[in-house]
Design a protein around this ligand. Structure first.
Ligand SMILES: [Zn+2]
Length: 70
């Protein structure tokens, strides 16, 4: 009983190949696929003129400060 050198070598090659594939996918899974850019923007109504502006930004219409809610 016993494996020949070729069989051992083949087994090692297969194990290494599988291990590399597994680590490759593990690395890809570690990084969540983030596509920058598309994100819902919260808007708030300007207390002065009623224009809807992105939250945290001054009103481009009348220069009013950021206001939450509305
Ligand atoms: Zn305004």
């Amino acid at each position: 009983m016993g494996l020949s050198f070729t069989q051992i070598l083949f087994t090692v090659v297969v194990v290494v190949a599988v291990w590399r594939v597994v680590t490759f996918f593990e690395r890809r899974r570690a990084r969540p696929p983030v596509r920058g850019g598309r994100r819902a923007v919260d808007v708030a109504k300007c207390p002065r003129c009623g224009t809807y502006v992105p939250t945290g930004e001054p009103c481009p219409h009348c220069g009013g400060g950021p206001e939450r809610g509305g």
